[in-house]
Design a protein around this ligand. Structure first.
Ligand SMILES: Nc1nc2c(ncn2[C@@H]2O[C@H](COP(=O)(O)OP(=O)(O)OP(=O)(O)O)[C@@H](O)[C@H]2O)c(=O)[nH]1
Ligand SMILES: [Mg+2]
Length: 399
């Protein structure tokens, strides 16, 4: 039987349609054969914005996307930059002591500081090192901020072990610490760092014109958005020292520190502030040290306070005792004792709403402070009221 000609056309057409439907599974084929591809390019680029979902429609839907009229969308920063450029600022700076090898670990901290606070606050950075900073260090740090970065070299005598230290005695002390497995007990550079942070960083010429500083270390975390300027809190409320974490010092590193502090208090009673925070340091009115200190890897402080006669005399006295090298005195107990004795207790501020972590401890804001400041730390992981924290003693100062 002869098949009428129209049936050939119908079968051929059906096969073509089937092939087209199969090929349409491929997105490129589908896009190129869509009737929309017949429209001029300009029409298509303004009417379609967003990403294709699996059904080939766009998301977000056109109605949710601001119309693009040739202008780029304003950045969050641009919206507020004029307003913020003229805001009241403190004379303050970030201070970073670092080696070139700390670069990548430091960028982690710096990126968070920029995202949480400094993208709008625009405070400068001062980087300090006993060696020259590499071009790589400078390039990558400066690239993270629109504030200015300054790079300084530490003068020899502010960093290295002084000649008058008895090296034989210092070596023996280090060997004994290695035997006792004291952390960093073997290290001379670590001791140089502690002594520099205790008594010299605030004398560096790059810091001469500033009043307040915020110390930042490599590999720390900042958990919350800062919607206010903590430097202005320091300035407006006449604070000299701000902290987030406090704990007990490892006694093997400071066996004779309190004896030197007591000597100093006897020699210079005029330097002790009225209404000071001695009760944070001692449970018996100054006879013994309870080892409490503020953890100095986070510090917002007054440079003028460290440059005061009281603290300069205090550091000089401790330095001459040699404990930075014969033991392993840390800048955390030295700063804490200085702040607690030479300032009024209400000049020491607990930055309760700044979420912060330096391994292995963290301060995580609780309650409303957590949600209001968009924190991302686990509220159950908060060192404040752990048995090894001294923050309870700080709050008790004000009861
Ligand atoms: N330029 C320089 N910076 C140093 C040196 N040692 C430490 N630092 C810096 O001094 C600060 C404290 O050093 P850390 O190694 O973090 O000491 P730590 O916090 O007691 O110990 P970690 O638990 O290792 O963090 C950091 O900002 C370091 O980058 C050094 O030899 N030279
Ligand atoms: Mg550290």
């Amino acid at each position: 039987m002869l098949i009428p000609r129209w049936r050939y056309f119908a079968i051929g057409g059906g096969v073509l349609l089937l092939m087209h439907m199969l090929a349409s599974i491929h997105p490129t084929y589908r896009a190129n054969t869509s009737p929309l591809s017949l429209l001029p390019d300009t029409w298509r680029s303004t009417s379609v914005s967003g990403t294709y979902d699996s059904a080939g429609t766009t998301w977000p839907p056109d109605s949710a996307v601001p119309e693009l009229t040739g202008k780029t969308r304003p950045l969050f920063d641009d919206l507020r930059v004029d307003e913020l450029a003229n805001r009241r600022k403190a004379n303050a700076v970030f201070v970073v002591l670092a080696r070139n090898s700390d670069l990548w670990a430091f960028l982690e901290s710096m990126k968070q500081m920029e995202d949480r606070f400094n993208h709008w606050a625009r405070y400068d950075y001062v980087f300090l090192n006993e060696e020259d900073f590499s071009d790589e260090f400078k390039r990558y740090t400066q690239s993270l901020t629109s504030a200015n970065c300054h790079y300084g070299k530490i003068e020899h005598d502010h960093w290295f072990q002084p000649d008058w230290i008895d090296e034989e005695k210092a070596t023996k002390a280090r060997e004994e610490m290695i035997r006792k497995k004291v952390i960093y007990g073997h290290s001379v550079p670590y001791r140089n760092m502690c002594r520099f942070n205790s008594g010299f960083f605030f004398r560096h010429p790059l810091l001469a014109d500033y009043d307040y500083y915020w110390r930042i270390e490599p590999s720390v975390k900042f958990f919350c958005d800062l919607t206010y300027d903590p430097f202005l809190v320091m300035q407006d409320e006449n604070k000299v020292y701000g902290f987030t974490l406090s704990l007990y010092e490892y006694i093997e590193t400071i066996p004779s520190l309190w004896a030197s502090v007591r000597e100093f208090m006897e020699l210079h009673p005029e330097h002790l502030a009225e209404d000071n925070a001695m009760a944070f340091l001692s449970d018996d009115g100054g006879l013994t040290y309870n080892k409490c200190h503020f953890w100095s890897n986070f510090e917002i402080g007054s440079l003028k306070f460290w440059r005061s006669q009281a603290y300069m005399d205090f550091f000089e006295h401790l330095d001459k005792a040699g404990g930075f090298y014969y033991e392993r005195w840390g800048d955390a107990p030295v700063h804490s004792i200085g702040a607690a004795l030479f300032a009024k207790k209400d000049q020491i501020h607990f930055f309760e709403d700044i979420g912060y972590r330096h391994e292995p401890f963290q301060h995580c804001p609780q309650g409303e402070a957590h949600t209001k400041n968009r924190c991302w730390c686990d509220i159950n992981n908060n060192f404040d009221w752990e048995w090894y924290s001294c923050t309870k003693r700080y709050t008790e100062l004000f009861n």
